[in-house]
Each structure stands twice: as structure tokens, then as C-alpha cells.
Design a protein around this ligand. Structure first.
Ligand code: IPM
Ligand code: MG
Length: 407
């Protein structure tokens, strides 16, 4: 029965295995992390992307121009605009990242990227891979790091999402064996798991965190998630000062909204798709996906982005200028810290917290009854200029903490 179809599927599968085994070999040769302090000049690529992307990217760029004014003037930092990573151009080339754009991206040390539209096959769009997924793979950006903080609720989470494997790595290479049978793949490797889990533990150690939580569905997805979990347990044994607990993804989604438990979680590490889902949920608790930033880190390159999509509905309804730029600004904070501009990163984080969590003088609603993203960015820029920024921030933080103490 179906001999031909099975033979074709088997051949396709063999190709996939070859490709993945080569990837494993490449990972075995992994080099050490680039040292940005040693570079005479850091090139930051700025990619607008699709939909609301160019709007929020332009605002984030204004902030970087102010914060890094001296470095830009001295030629130590260059902000370089990269066009062409748009859905129209990608469809015209039938490439998830057109070659010329990829080349330009390669010339940058780090990239700040607005959201890009992901073609959905069921919506009659061509089968082009998500630009995010391609970029993460092309530049081997294996760690997707997503912080979520709500001081008033005593929430301070750091998510480490594996970024190059799982259901994503072969997301565009599943196939219909027959018109009735569709197959996709999930891939987990030893090297891929080790590097993200180790990154989470190293982060915990460096920042004095007491707990690392591993999230899988190893009771059902036994081989791949089972591997991830058992590697996590091995690595945890090297960090006796850190407690390692493991949860299944379903109950984890419940615990994130359990007020009596959620603030116990500190650093969380998980395979790709669970990280995708869980970080949207976490971001919603913080105030919406529009408020959460994300770092995609590899040993050589890094890309920083919002965690949300391009919001085509907002653009179609003429509301793009009201889109919240906070997510990309948050990503810029992470970028500044990654490239060694810690002081500027900290200042921007404080200004963002004051504007979005504490003071809230300018409110965004995503509609014309709220502020534009330009007005909101003006507010952040003005907050940054306050010489008392750190004191103001500490005062608000102390107030917030005392509220949680009373709660
Ligand atoms: C994210 C996004 C992407 C993902 C999409 C756009 C492919 O949802 O960064 O979380 O699923 O990783
Ligand atoms: Mg997502």
C-alpha cells in the first residue's frame, strides 16, 4: 500500500537527517562568544520590517541616537538602516531573507529588528519561511532571552527559549505523505539542548538567582523532550547552589497566572515552541505583548526584536502611529547591555519602567484616544534627560515594593 508515497517520504526524511547531522557537527565546533569591547567600531543594523515595524523601529532609533550620541560622533558606533526585509520583497524573491539583505545583515555586528510578517500557508500566501526563523538559523542565534518584570506583583522572570531546534527547525520541511497524511518534525540535539540550558544556569549564577525551572512535556513527547529534560538534570548537578525544578508546559501555563506561586519562578528554560507560547502569556501579564522585548543571541551575531508580530490589522485600520514601541525599546535595552553599553542600557530600562509602569503620564491605547508612538518616545527621551533619573526610579521602585509587602 502507498509504496511510492512511502519511498518518496523516506527519501525526503533521509535528506533531513543528513542536514541535521551536519548541523550537529557544526555545533560541536562552536567557538567562544565575541568580545564587543575589543571591536574598534560596532555596526548596529536597524531593520524596520513589516506593518507597524518601521514605525516602532524609527522611534527606537531616535532613542539610540540620543543615548549613543557621543559614540556615534566618535565613530565607535554606527546605526545602519537595512531595507528590503519586507514581505513584498521576500515574496518577489521567493526567499525568506533575500540574498542581498542577508549579505547586509552579515556586515552588522548586531541587529535591531521590527516585526516581519510570517506567510501563513492556509492564508493563500507562498510557502516562505518566517524571516525570524531563518535569521535565527542563518546566524545560529540559539538563545532567545525574554525578560518579563512586574515589580508591583513581585514578578521577575527570565525566559531562556531554545531558538534553533524543536518544531521550528524543519517547520517548512514537513510534507503530505498522501492527501490524507501530513507530517511535521520536531528535532532535539544534545548540543542544542546543552548550550541553551547552560546559558540559563550561567545567567542564574551570574545574577544570584536561586532557581532554574525546566519546562517540557517529557511525559508525552518522550524522546525529544525527554532528552532536553535529562540533559537539564545533568547540567543542574554542576550547579549545586541553584535549585532546579521541572514542570510540564500545561501546568506551567496555569502556574504563571497563579498569584500564590508565580513569583517563585526566576529563570525558566525550555524548548522552542513552549518558549514561544509561554512568553506571550508572560508578556500579557506584564501589560501585553507590545511591552516585551527579546534577545536572540549566538556566539558571533545577535538580533534584538519585539516579541509580537507586525499587526497588519492596526496598519489596515490606519492606527500604526499608535502602536506601542515599548517592546522594541526593551529589545534595545538588551542590545545595549549585550554590546557592553551597560550604563546606557540601565538608563533606558529605568526610563522605560518609569514611563510604562510607574508614572504613566503619557498613555498608549493603540488607538486615537491614546498617544502616538512619537509622543510616547518624546516622553521617554525627556525622562532620560532628567539628571535625577536614578533617584526617581529608586523612589518608584521602593513604593512598588512596599505595595507588594502589604498585599
Ligand atoms: C516570536 C514569534 C515568531 C516565533 C514567529 C513570528 C515566527 O512568534 O518571536 O515569538 O514563533 O518564534
Ligand atoms: Mg511568539
Amino acid at each position: 500500500m502507498y509504496k511510492e508515497q512511502i519511498a518518496a517520504a523516506t527519501a525526503h526524511f533521509a535528506q533531513i537527517l543528513e542536514q541535521q547531522l551536519k548541523r550537529v557537527e557544526r555545533m560541536k565546533q562552536e567557538d567562544t562568544f565575541i568580545d564587543f569591547q575589543e571591536l574598534p567600531r560596532i555596526v548596529i543594523g536597524i531593520v524596520g520590517g513589516d506593518g507597524i515595524g518601521p514605525y516602532i523601529a524609527a522611534q527606537t532609533q531616535r532613542i539610540l541616537e540620543q543615548l549613543l550620541a557621543n559614540e556615534i560622533r566618535a565613530g565607535k558606533v554606527e546605526l545602519r538602516t537595512i531595507d528590503g526585509l519586507t514581505i513584498e520583497n521576500r515574496i518577489a524573491h521567493m526567499e525568506s531573507i533575500p540574498k542581498a539583505v542577508l549579505e547586509e545583515l552579515r556586515q552588522c555586528h548586531v541587529v535591531l529588528k521590527g516585526p516581519t510578517t510570517t506567510p501563513d500557508q492556509s492564508a493563500d500566501m507562498p510557502n516562505i519561511e518566517s524571516a525570524n526563523v531563518s535569521m535565527r538559523r542563518e546566524f545560529d542565534l540559539f538563545a532567545n532571552i525574554r525578560p518579563v518584570r512586574v515589580p508591583e506583583l513581585n514578578i521577575d522572570w527570565m525566559f531562556f527559549r531554545e531558538n534553533t531546534e524543536g518544531e521550528y527547525v524543519l517547520g517548512s520541511q514537513g510534507f503530505d505523505v498522501t492527501p490524507d497524511l501530513a507530517v511535521d518534525f520536531k528535532v532535539t540535539t544534545t548540543q542544542g539542548s546543552e548550550r541553551i540550558i547552560r546559558a540559563a544556569f550561567e545567567y542564574a549564577k551570574k545574577h544570584g538567582k536561586k532557581r532554574v525551572t525546566v519546562v517540557t512535556k517529557a511525559n508525552v513527547v518522550k524522546t525529544t523532550d525527554g532528552k532536553f529534560l535529562s540533559i537539564a538534570k545533568q547540567i543542574a548537578a554542576e550547579y549545586p547552589e541553584i535549585t532546579c525544578d521541572d514542570w510540564y508546559i500545561d501546568i506551567m501555563t496555569a502556574k504563571l497566572i497563579d498569584p500564590s506561586r508565580r513569583s517563585d519562578f526566576e529563570v525558566l528554560v525550555m524548548p522552542n515552541l513552549y518558549g514561544d507560547i509561554l512568553t506571550d502569556e508572560a508578556a500579557q501579564i506584564q501589560g501585553g505583548v507590545g511591552t516585551a522585548g527579546s534577545a536572540n543571541i549566538g556566539t558571533k551575531y545577535a538580533m534584538f526584536e519585539a516579541i509580537h508580530g507586525s499587526a497588519p490589522r492596526m496598519v489596515a485600520e490606519g492606527r500604526a502611529q499608535y502602536a506601542d514601541p515599548s517592546s522594541l525599546i526593551k529589545a534595545a535595552v538588551m542590545m545595549l547591555e549585550h554590546i557592553g553599553y551597560n550604563e546606557q542600557g540601565e538608563q533606558l530600562q529605568m526610563a522605560l519602567d518609569i514611563c510604562s509602569q510607574f508614572e504613566r503620564k503619557v498613555k498608549l491605547t493603540g488607538r486615537s484616544d491614546g498617544a502616538t508612538n512619537e509622543a510616547y518616545t518624546d516622553y521617554i527621551l525627556a525622562t532620560l534627560e532628567n539628571p535625577q533619573l536614578a533617584d526617581v526610579y529608586q523612589r518608584y521602585l521602593a513604593e512598588a515594593v512596599s505595595k507588594t509587602d502589604l498585599a
